[in-house]
Every structure is written in C-alpha cells, then in structure tokens.
Design a protein. Structure first.
Length: 184
C-alpha cells in the first residue's frame, strides 16, 4: 500500500491513512458522478475521457510515492518543479513499458490534458481530486481526529472548489460542507 502522505503530515496515523489506490478509486467515482451530473444537465462531457484521466491521474505515484506539499517545503522554491520532474520521469518509465505505441500516446495525451487543466473534462477530474480530500477529511473527523488538524487542509481545498464554475462540483461541495458541519 502506498499511503497518501499529506494525511500523515496532518496527523493521521499511518494505519488509518487512505492509500493512493483508495484515493484513485474515490476520485474516479466522484469524477464519473460529476460527469454524469453535467451530462444530465445538458452539458457535453466525454465521460469515458473523464474516467480514463481520473484512473491515470496519480499513476506515477506507484513509483514516486505521494510527494505532498509539506515535503516540498524542504526543497525550497524549486520543490514543485522537482516534484514535476520526478513524477514525469516515473510516468515515462511506466508508459514506456507499454508495447503499443498508440496506447502509450493515448495515455500520455490524457496525462498532459489533466496536467494542463484547460479542458472541461480535466477540470472535472481536478475537482473530483479535491472533493475526495473533503470527503476523506469528514471520514477522519468521524473517526475521532480533531478538527484542528483537518481545518487547514479543509479550508484551502474548500476555497479552491468554491472557485470552480461547474454546477455539479458546487452541489457536491455544498453537500460536503453540510456533512462536515454536522460531524463537528
């Protein structure tokens, strides 16, 4: 199991930390739900593309582990760039093991689209990635972790999602806020 280390740096015990695989599954499920909600409201969305992107979005962490923002502080200003380089090298290593050039190309295009966060589909996946943090924070609080260790991450993630202009994201964010307040 590869743990989501951001939770460890926020005081969650290792044995209770969600894995990267758990996070990927949850993000994929949330992304599918958001895409379906948007499609139902009449917006054109490529649900298959959303799902593929969500499934691949943290694949490099199978080799790099989860390099969270707390660890990047030790690397100074270059921390984000170093993380991107390491994850890109891991991505390249994984993708090069796929024999089919067309599949390699397809997956690399999806990862590039996700990283650019310019398409509607990539924005849905990024939002799902952040929504997972909110729902996971609720789960940890319900397990007894104090609000003080979750509030910083909760606040910054909620703030990010408040700026997302996708109606279904706002609906799920509001649901998470209600659940969080009820759990406090």
């Amino acid at each position: 199991m590869i743990p989501r280390t951001g939770w460890i740096s926020h005081g969650i015990m290792l044995q209770e930390v969600e894995s990267v695989a758990d996070h990927t599954f949850s993000t994929s499920t949330l992304a599918m739900l958001l895409a379906d909600m948007e499609a139902r409201s009449g917006r054109h969305v490529d649900v298959e593309r959303v799902l593929r992107m969500a499934l691949l979005h943290d694949l490099a962490e199978a080799l790099t582990f989860d390099i969270n923002k707390s660890y990047l502080e030790y690397l100074g200003r270059e921390g984000e760039a170093i993380k991107r380089q390491v994850e890109q090298a891991a991505w390249n290593h994984i993708i090069e093991s796929i024999r089919s050039k067309s599949i390699r190309t397809k997956y690399t295009e999806l990862q590039s689209e996700f990283n650019a966060e310019e398409t509607f589909e990539s924005q849905i996946v990024h939002a799902a990635d952040k929504l997972d943090i909110l729902f996971q924070a609720i789960a940890y609080h319900r397990k007894g972790y104090p609000r003080r260790i979750l509030v910083g991450l909760w606040t910054s993630t909620n703030r990010y999602l408040t700026g997302v202009k996708i109606p279904s994201v706002n609906d799920l964010r509001k649901t998470a806020v209600r659940l969080y307040k009820a759990a406090v």
